[in-house]
Design a protein around this ligand. Structure first.
Ligand code: PMV
Length: 371
């Protein structure tokens, strides 16, 4: 048995434009998906909680996968049901959803299994022939909310399975595999999610190349994540932007360019904040104010691409009204979450008591095998 985990992410700047070769910057967060994998004797066709891969042409009837979810994402939203703290243990004891579920994450899940099995077979691993796999996922991330749950699931599953099969996959291979899966499922994908989930930390990303901005525990970017209450599909939103680009290529390319410029300006500020370690409080606050302004500009540009929603825009203005330095939607939009940047040590969660909020810290930790 082996368990791996990988973090979710927030895109700070550059979503959508990054699919078309512009830079983006994203950070891993301290909310993770855990994936346990094991060989099992149980037949996938006898069990009541099976999600077998019998539909997949490439597998013999003996092979199968048993999937158990202990997963927040199976729950419908209730007010404030994602908060920082002990959720993970709570899921374990209280939520045991064993129904076969073919939600969006399953396509990512099946593609992930597929790609690792193929790799193992290519490398002459015979142990996996006709195996039945048991996969248990535990999630601290809501799905379809712009927080990279699919990318984290793929990366954690690839890591866990490759360790189970004795494959020695490095991070580069894991991230590239995650990107391939995203492309297969979504059509277009920049790869930023699997790269951030694999490497952790703050990633300045462009088309498979990236700089990792090293962070330490002192970094105090006080982001609040607010869920708009509506889920969204990355695939649909990416498609919608692609259609807009087909209709208005010049305009949309200029918007992408502008997002790229905003991202680069933000990266300079982030480097100064993190590496320059401004000594005076005021100087740090000034940096954060600049970052906040850029978040707002990025939000405006995302609005112009049509990926914001009434709920997200309302949350945006509410954030600013109650002291945020800046805010923007994060991820593909059309629902999902808004990120709101606050001055250090301010606790703004109470302002959004009628919404689900997630307080998280940015995290240097990428994919890992759990002890
Ligand atoms: O909604 P998420 O977390 O899957 O983020 C998608 C980010 C996009 O830029 C819209 C797509 C991509 O592949 O980069």
């Amino acid at each position: 048995m082996t368990t791996a985990s990988a973090p979710g992410k927030i895109i700070l700047f550059g979503e959508h434009a990054v699919v078309y070769g512009r830079p983006a910057v994203a950070t891993a967060i301290d909310k993770r998906i855990y994936v346990e994998t094991d060989f099992t004797e149980k037949s996938p066709y006898e069990s009541s909680y099976i999600s077998s891969i019998k539909d997949s042409q490439s597998y013999s009837s003996k092979k199968g996968i048993i999937i158990q979810y202990y997963d927040k994402s199976r729950l419908s939203y209730t007010k404030n049901d994602i908060t920082s703290g002990q959720e993970h243990d709570v899921y374990k004891s209280e939520i045991r959803d064993e129904r076969p579920t073919f939600y969006q994450s399953n396509k990512y899940l099946q593609e992930s299994v597929d790609i690792v099995l193929k790799k193992a077979e290519m490398m002459g691993n015979t142990e996996i022939k006709d195996c039945v796999l048991k996969i248990v996922t535990k999630s601290e991330l809501p799905i379809s909310s712009g927080l990279g749950s699919s990318g984290a699931l793929c990366v954690a599953l690839i890591k866990s399975l490759s360790s189970l099969f004795g494959l020695d996959l490095d991070n580069k291979e894991i991230a590239q595999m995650g990107w391939e899966i995203e492309r297969n499922v979504q059509g277009f994908a920049s790869g930023i999610d699997p790269f951030v989930s694999t490497y952790g930390g703050i990633i300045h990303y462009n088309n498979g190349c990236f700089d990792r901005i090293d962070i330490d525990d002192q970094i105090d970017l006080n982001f609040l994540i607010i869920h708009s209450g509506k889920n969204s599909s990355t695939k649909d939103m990416v498609k919608r932007v692609a259609e807009l680009k087909t209709r208005f290529p010049n305009t949309v390319n200029k918007i992408f360019d502008a997002i790229g410029v905003v991202t680069e300006e933000a990266v300079d500020i982030l480097y100064n904040l993190i590496k320059g370690k401004p000594s005076k409080r005021s100087s740090k606050l000034e940096h954060l104010q600049l970052l906040g302004s850029l978040l707002c500009i990025n939000q405006g540009l995302l609005e112009s691409l049509g990926v914001s929603t009434l709920e997200l825009s309302n949350l945006f203005y509410r954030s600013l009204r109650y002291g945020a330095l800046g805010a923007k939607l994060t991820g593909s939009g059309g629902g999902g979450c808004l990120i709101s940047l606050y001055p250090p040590s301010t606790d703004m969660a109470t302002i959004f008591e009628d919404y689900t909020t997630l307080k998280c810290r940015i995290s240097p930790n990428g994919v890992m095998i759990e002890k």
